[in-house]
Design a protein around this ligand. Sequence first.
Ligand SMILES: [Zn+2]
Length: 347
Amino acid sequence: MFHLMLSVCLLADPALCAERLLPAPAALSEADCRKTAEARAADWLSAHPELAGGESRCLPTEALPRLAMKEIGGGLWVHEGQTALPDPQNRGAIANLSLAIGTEGIAVIDAGASRAEAEALYAAIRARSDLPIRAVILTHMHPDHTFGADLFREAGAEILGAPKLAAGIEARAEGWMESYPTQIGAGALLGTRPVPPDRGVAEEWLDLGGLRLHLQAVPTAHTDNDLTVFEPVSGTLFTGDLVFNGLLPTLDGSLKGWIGWLSAAHPEVRRIVPGHGPAPLPWPEGAQATRAYLEHLRTTIRAAIAEGLPMSAAIRARDPEDARHWTGYEESHPRNASAAYAELEWE
Ligand SMILES: [Zn+2]
């Protein structure tokens, strides 16, 4: 299978250049890749007016840089993102990205932080299978999970997410596209375009041939657009950011809703793939640290409110043990505390 690679530079800063992979919905021979290159490059560039196109070439799958994937059994694969906050060095590639490969099709669970990361995930898929990519399932709106989705749509996949995902992405995308380049570097984002899902899903089965996934939207918790993906044969639940492993959980939805989801039994689940950090983890033990942090946050913020402390004082309070345990504590805990204060103040 051959892939069209197109050199592009940012019109606003011509020193910023990269080579982008333009996927095709069907497997291409080298001759077909060359024959269609010019038209496909022009078509793609028309959707990316911020870029100038240059040379193109056709590369075989094995020549593409690709993400390392860990096989976890049952046709499931995980790429473990770095346990870190997004920065120019990791280029935002901090979220876990997963694959489910059936006998008839493939589903991608979370799409990565940029076009570049999605391309490396796509290359990892094509190194294993040339089956059609049926769906890219987004577990929630945050950019480290969603910014790569556009590439999979070009590859023929339907983008699926919770019913409120489209509104979440539409409300935040512009702000993210302003702040994210300074966080991870503008070069890392060349050709990246946040897109809403094609379809909102409240609850649905997806059949990939010998492998079925159950998609389930969740009441407001980490965000207001969380969605879990469950594979029943292995009992694997892809939790998205309902569970963090190593990186401090970030609250962007409802503290009470999140603790509620973590406290529910979910008896069919045997193991989980969290949104961040090494995977898989046993259930429910693997979610215990996330739950303990959130419950502790609730206790301390409730106490601060009961004492009549203002939000600014409640935010400054820090727990040395939590700070030792979690990566990103100093950066994310104050924001979690202020979100928790705003929510619990009106109890
Ligand atoms: Zn998130």
